[in-house]
Design a protein around this ligand. Structure first.
Ligand SMILES: NC(=O)c1ccc[n+]([C@@H]2O[C@H](COP(=O)([O-])OP(=O)(O)OC[C@H]3O[C@@H](n4cnc5c(N)ncnc54)[C@H](O)[C@@H]3O)[C@@H](O)[C@H]2O)c1
Length: 252
């Protein structure tokens, strides 16, 4: 299936040291792409080494806090230098803070907006400039079910993910004709560290499960195929889309 082949492509994946985007890294690597993971996790370089295992395409680990703008820019430049170019950007790094709206702190608000929204815009802008020079590129952002509804006790996360969906469309409108596809994946309820609090609350876990037609929570593997598809030539006419991967949750 040549249209899904990513041999020789160069990809940056933020947040790729664990969770959903670790699966994205595996997918891109298996499809033939060299990948640079940018993540705050201490073990990001070990994760990269384990995936590469001295064979196949290259995988680099770059440790950076994307909540700090100077670190973000340095990490981006390092990644492009190591890769020797850039074709694909996956913006997966994200954080969650939970509190009642009336008690939500300004610090939590700022932290969530900086990582979940501002860093996404800045990474898209840096990547977009490179891709515009080449006249080709693929950008995939991570939206959420909270791009569609507001949830409870997660005002900053809901605001950031609503904005990521809109940002994706805004970037796509300007760049689609210039060869850059900007799309977003909206995962449903996935069993990762981000949802530890819900996964440990049996009642909440079950109430969510009841509304998922597929009958189970999602796993990181569930996003892998869509990441490869949106990175490949097969998706060249898909622009500004926010695609749910939710086991049917939104339809229910
Ligand atoms: N798990 C879900 O149910 C779900 C649902 C919808 C959307 N999402 C989104 O998918 C993306 C991945 O989520 P996940 O569930 O895999 O989360 P996760 O917590 O398992 O992984 C997030 C990754 O981002 C990294 N990260 C966090 N803050 C960072 C920072 N400041 N700088 C650099 N790296 C940072 C973490 O180290 C981690 O490797 C996020 O954008 C999240 O909002 C997740």
């Amino acid at each position: 299936m040549n249209m899904f082949d990513l041999s020789g492509q160069k990809a940056i994946v933020t947040g790729g040291a664990s969770g959903l985007c670790l699966s994205a890294v595996y997918g891109l690597h298996e499809a033939g792409a060299d990948v640079a993971i940018i993540d705050i996790a201490k073990d990001v370089e070990d994760v990269a080494r384990n995936i590469e295992k001295n064979s196949g395409p290259k995988v680099y680990g770059i440790r950076a806090n994307l909540g700090k703008r100077d670190e973000l820019k340095n990490a981006f430049n390092q990644a492009v230098e190591k890769l020797g170019g850039l074709d694909i950007l996956v913006n997966g790094a994200g954080i969650q803070r939970r509190n009642k709206c009336e008690d939500f702190t300004e610090k939590d608000w700022d932290d969530v907006l900086e990582v979940n929204l501002t860093s996404v815009f800045l990474m898209c802008q840096l990547a977009g400039r490179k891709m515009l020079e080449k006249g080709k590129g693929k950008i995939i952002n991570f939206a959420s079910m909270l791009s569609y509804f507001g949830g409870y006790t997660v005002p900053a996360y809901a605001a950031s993910k609503g904005a990521v969906a809109q940002l994706t469309k805004a970037l796509s409108n300007e760049w689609a004709q210039k060869g850059i596809n900007v799309n977003a994946i909206a995962p449903g309820y996935m069993a990762t560290a981000l949802n530890t609090q819900i996964l440990n609350d049996q009642e909440r876990f079950n109430s969510i499960l009841k509304r998922i037609p597929k009958g189970r929570w999602g796993t990181p593997d569930d996003i892998k195929g869509l990441i490869v598809f949106l990175s490949s030539d097969a998706s060249d006419y898909i622009c500004g889309a926010v695609i749910p991967v939710d086991g049917g949750y939104l339809a229910c």
